[in-house]
Design a protein around this ligand. Structure first.
Ligand code: FAD
Length: 482
């Protein structure tokens, strides 16, 4: 007889493993199926995020930032270094260790929460058999791993993630034409690096290799830099990146990518219509991600996908099939690990009859470049387009004591608040530790705080968070330190 579960989760990334843990916490007999393998063929839970996404990219960003500081900023502190070198193999080894710690951490959490883990590919076989209650029909799921078996579940949560989108006619070889996967394991610093796409992932990957010495050129199809970011913040960031040596070409159309003796040649047309060629050693292509349902066999049960290949879900992450749910990158909405996790918790709670909820208005965004960029809520251009009356307040890190002491005064905090009620509508940060500072804004917006609320809260001195308070004060034109 096949093993049966209350909940089967397919996918063990941030959406899947968190769904499994929360379902188990709520008392469900829960299984999670994930097919990711490390180089030894062993399970590597955590999905894209842990293996070739959030975690390894931050490990490399940290290493490369240390290198840049040692090379360019230590001298300001009176610290002298000679013979500064980067041991790329060691840096990549450290990154792999960080990844493994996270993989193992999730396995431990499964044991702790009594989640049954299957290593292999999960795919639909058919709906049924009936569970007897007449309500939950249940589904048969095939697990194809070292062995093959079929298990049944009353509820199925799909969290199969996404894959990188390739340039037409330039498939990823992960040697020269790199997705995020290859970009995280380049064995030596390329002299020249091209980057197609200046989104979050591209900019982070470009930053790593630029800091280590690559000459990086970004080719971006859109006419504006970081179109999703508040205009003022994006301009400030662009200025900083250009100053660091990043070459950015906007509004380009990328054509043929050809292998050459030395590397690659990328044909493109500039915004002004000029035909140009970029010669590079390596090319990172970061032009978005495609929802992944490969191997899930959605047709066996009639699971509905949209034209992008995403699983169609309603606001509650319900699919078109009874008791089948989907979360994370494989459904609509921002492709962010924390969004996947919030949906995962909400779905497990809905299965338990609770009222799980995800507030998409307060999902924070972070780009871990230097300066970091982080935001929550609406941008100034969105408020203008919506005709919403608002007040804006900004405060530069240049006027913040902690930022001066850190030696990193780039950027600002910007508040946008409703013109009448003063409710915070958006907070945008470019500067040091923006990724950490944004949490205060998320909490404030979740509690529907006004700018005045933040302005009246005592913030530790000296701290970067004082810039947040000051930007809130700036909404009412009464900064104290600027
Ligand atoms: P995934 O993490 O993709 O997990 C899906 C899992 O399902 C995988 O393990 C896959 O092997 C498995 N799977 C798929 N199909 C099957 C099947 N049929 N059977 C069994 N297993 C299957 N987001 C952030 O929030 N912050 C960041 O800093 C950040 N940095 C990123 C950096 C990079 C370079 C990249 C590429 C992404 C980054 N992201 C970041 C995005 C983040 O990684 C994704 O949003 C997140 O991983 C989505 O989680 P998920 O659970 O939906 O899918």
């Amino acid at each position: 007889m096949s093993k049966s579960f209350d909940v089967i989760v397919i996918g063990g990334g941030p959406g899947g493993y968190v769904a499994a843990i929360r379902a188990a916490q709520l008392g469900f007999n829960t299984a999670c199926i994930d097919e990711w393998k490390n180089e030894k063929g062993a399970p590597a839970l955590g999905g894209t995020c842990t293996n070739i996404g959030c975690i390894p990219s931050k490990a490399l960003l940290q290493s490369s930032e240390h290198f840049e500081h040692a090379g360019h900023h230590f001298a300001d502190h009176g610290i002298g270094l000679s013979d500064l070198r980067i041991d790329v193999a060691k840096m990549l080894g450290r990154k792999n260790t960080v990844v493994k710690q996270n993989n193992d951490g999730i396995l431990y959490l499964f044991k702790k929460n009594k989640v049954t883990f299957f290593h292999g590919r999960g795919s639909f076989v058919k709906a049924g058999p009936s569970t007897g209650s007449g309500q939950a029909r249940g589904y048969e799921i095939k697990v194809a791993g070292a062995a093959e078996e079929t298990i049944t579940g009353k509820h199925i949560i799909l969290a199969t993630g996404s894959n990188p989108r390739a340039l037409p006619g330039a498939a990823f070889d992960e040697e020269n034409i790199l997705s995020n996967d290859g970009a995280l394991r380049i064995p030596s610093v390329p002299k020249t690096l091209g980057l197609v796409g200046s989104g979050v992932i591209g900019l982070e990957m470009g930053s790593v290799w630029r800091r280590l010495g690559s000459e990086v050129t970004v080719l971006e199809a859109l006419p504006t830099f970081l179109g999703a970011v508040d205009d003022q913040i994006a301009k400030e960031a662009q200025k900083a990146f250009v100053k660091q040596g990043l070459k950015i070409e906007l509004g380009v159309t990328v054509g043929e990518v050809r292998s050459t003796k030395k590397g690659l040649s990328v044909a493109y047309t500039t915004a002004k219509g000029e035909a140009k060629t970029l010669e590079v050693d390596k090319l990172i292509v970061s032009i978005g991600r495609v929802p992944n349902t490969i191997g899930l066999n959605p047709d066996a049960v009639g699971l509905k996908l949209d034209e992008r290949g995403a699983i169609v879900v309603d606001d509650d992450c319900k699919t078109n099939l009874p008791n089948v749910w989907a979360v994370g990158d494989v459904v609509r909405g921002p492709m962010l690990a924390h969004k996947a996790e919030e949906e995962a918790v909400a779905v497990a709670e809905r299965i338990a009859g609770q009222h799980g909820h995800v507030n998409f208005n307060t999902v924070p965004w972070v780009i871990y470049t230097s300066p970091e960029i982080a935001w929550v809520g609406q941008t100034e251009q969105q408020l203008k387009a919506a005709g919403r009356a608002y007040k804006a307040g900004t405060f530069p890190f240049m006027a913040n004591g902690r930022a001066r002491a850190l030696g990193d005064t780039t950027g600002m905090v910007k508040f946008l608040a409703d013109a009448k009620t003063d409710e915070i509508l958006g907070v945008h940060i470019v500067g040091p530790y923006a990724s950490e500072l944004i949490s205060e804004a998320v909490v404030a917006m979740e509690f529907k705080a006004s700018a005045e609320d933040i302005a009246r809260i005592c913030h530790a001195h000296p701290s970067l968070s004082e810039a947040t308070k000051e930007a809130a004060l700036a909404v009412d034109k009464r900064t104290l330190n600027f």
